[in-house]
Structure formats: C-alpha cells, structure tokens
Design a protein around this ligand. Structure first.
Ligand code: SF4
Length: 237
C-alpha cells in the first residue's frame, strides 16, 4: 500500500487559470466535501467526497514547482468548501512557502475557520448565492447568522475580496437582488456571473434551465449598485 503522506488536495486544474484569481495567472487546487446541496453545482463530483485521500505531498510539490517555473504566481484554494477540510491550513502554508499569492473560495458557512484563514490569504471570494430568506430552500443550509458573520469578517479583515452571485433567472428577482445588496451593503466589489446549464448538474431541474441572459445580468447589476462600491459582470462581453 502507498504510504506517502497525503495532502488535502484532491485535484489540480491541469492548466493555469486566467479567470479564477483577479489580476493573476493561477493554479487551482480542489479540496473535497461540501455542506451545501446546490442543485446547480459545477463541482458536484467533490461534494460528497469528504475524507477522500488527497494527492501525495510530493506530487503536489512537483506540480507547484512546474507552475512556478512557468511564471504562475497565484494559487486558488477551492472546493467543495475548503474551510471544512482541516488540511486547508497546511496547504495554505505550503503554497505560501512555495511563493504563491493565495486566493480562497468559500461559501461563507464557517466564519470561525475563515477568521483564522483571513490573515494567511491574499484574496477571498465568498459566494452570496441568494437572499438570506432563500438559502435554506435553495441550498439546504439554514445558518444565515454564520453567513452574515462571514460577510462582516471579510468586509472588515480581508486583504482583498469579492462577493459573488451566480444569477439564475428563475430564482433571482428584483426583491432578492435588493436583499442581497442589503446583506453585503458597503462591500468593495460584488461580482455577478451567468448560470450556465450543464448535463452533469445534480438537480435535473437545473439542467433544463436556460443560461442567464446578458440583459438580466445588467439589470441585476443596476439593482446592486446602490449598495456596493463596484459591481462587475464577469465573463462579459
Ligand atoms: S457551495 Fe459550491 S461546492 Fe458546495 S454544493 Fe454549492 S456550488 Fe457546489
């Protein structure tokens, strides 16, 4: 049996990403497990794999060295939900040691862990998926207070950050966008992105939904603008 020490990293994007870390070419590292049940999840293969064996540290180091040799200076730690994995601190520490600037993606459900990670990362992206009242119904997570606390922590303590919402036409209306705006009021940046249906989404209803139209994204951006310093539509045009 292979007894090499295992990292918490379950997978690494083969090529560096130009879109996952604003302003940086970045390697993307996936950790497993998630405490939300989003029917529209694009990483559903990672949702139910809590505790799955990660790549050996030697392999992760080798991959990182290759990225660094190719001028990749950013690293994105994503999931799943990375704050669920106790190994998240170890990989963040290693990535820092190997010279990467680090971005953390989070669903905001674990403010206690997030608070400890904030001083160790350079950028945080938190999904604010729905209005507070819709969370339980849409993603099966009801602890809105935890999400509110994460929003506060990020606004006050993150070196740089964004909140982001994937707009689903059937599920986001003007009232829910205003409620999201109220929730993140005073934020520096809120990013909107289009929902894109895919055959492998967990919820069959989501697979049949249309891609979000550009004019809907623009209307949602207009609704958010009074609440935050800057709204960006990502992927546009
Ligand atoms: S929070 Fe993210 S990783 Fe978790 S189920 Fe939702 S979309 Fe997927």
């Amino acid at each position: 049996m292979d007894s090499a020490p295992r990292s918490p990293v379950y997978g690494v994007l083969q090529n560096a990403s130009m879109v996952d870390f604003p302003g940086r070419l970045a390697a993307v590292f996936f950790l497993t497990g998630c405490n939300f049940k989003c029917g529209f999840c694009h990483n559903a293969a990672l949702m139910n794999r809590t505790g799955a064996a990660g790549l050996p540290w030697t392999e992760v180091e080798q991959i990182c060295r290759k990225f660094r040799d190719n001028w990749v200076a950013g690293a994105v730690v994503t999931g799943g939900e990375p704050t669920l994995n106790p190994g998240v601190f170890h990989i963040v520490e290693k990535l820092r040691e190997w010279g990467f600037a680090i971005k953390l993606d989070t669903n905001g459900s674990r403010p206690g862990v997030l608070e400890k990670l904030l001083p160790r990362v350079d950028y945080v992206a938190m999904d604010v998926k729905f209005a507070p009242a819709d969370y339980s119904k849409r993603v099966g997570f009801a602890d809105v207070a935890a999400l509110t606390e994460s929003i506060r922590l990020i606004r006050e303590k993150a070196a740089a950050y964004e909140f982001r919402t994937t707009v689903i036409e059937a599920w986001h209306d003007a009232d829910s966008m205003r409620a999201i705006g109220e929730w993140v009021r005073g934020a520096e940046l809120h990013v909107l992105q289009a929902f894109v249906p895919r055959a492998e989404l967990p919820d069959p209803a989501c697979r049949a939904m249309p891609e979000t139209r550009a004019e809907i994204l623009r209307a949602c951006a207009d609704l958010l603008r009074p609440y935050v310093a800057r709204v960006e539509i990502r992927g546009e045009f």
